[in-house]
Design a protein around this ligand. Structure first.
Ligand code: HEC
Length: 123
């Protein structure tokens, strides 16, 4: 009986411990663990997102919404406006961007969010 109880406790502890580990992993890495959002470089991570998805419209002398995303000087204005994240996350109250195309992948959105949270480093 005693052995049965002990065995049972061990099983329960292992189950609880493993479920906790799983929860923590989910919290720590809610998205793709391959997506590095800790060392964001404007040149390497952020501008390429704009180049691939945005500057086809957001460039030239009269860009839509007055927002050009061709370089840091312009992009930082959009970021500081507070409209950038809401637009790419398709939040209500914002126009969905990129307009007429699929939502950006989670990794790109997370990188943009990190860059904004880091106060838009020009690196
Ligand atoms: C097909 C053209 C097109 C593409 C591609 C595009 N935009 Fe836009 N964007 C627009 C237009 C048009 C507007 C709205 C202008 C207006 O109505 O004032 C706009 C508005 C915005 C706004 C203001 C949104 C608001 O709710 O105030 C932001 C921020 C923005 N775009 C960011 C982006 C970003 C970031 C990308 C790339 C991920 C992107 N856009 C891609 C055409 C585009």
């Amino acid at each position: 009986m005693n052995i049965l109880k002990k065995t049972f406790s061990v099983v329960v502890i292992v189950l609880i411990a493993s479920s906790c580990t799983y929860d923590n992993m989910e919290t720590l890495y809610p998205q793709d663990p391959e997506c590095d959002t800790t060392n964001i470089s404007y040149a390497m991570d952020i501008q390429p997102i704009f180049n691939d998805n945005c500057i086809i419209c957001h460039s030239g002398p009269t860009p839509p919404a007055g927002f050009s995303l061709v370089d840091y000087e312009n992009a930082v204005v959009v970021a500081k406006s507070g409209r950038l994240l809401g637009a790419v996350k398709h939040q209500s109250g914002f126009l969905d961007m990129p307009q007429g195309a699929n939502k950006l992948d989670d990794c790109s959105i997370n990188k943009l969010e990190s860059w904004i949270n880091l106060s838009y480093p020009d690196n």
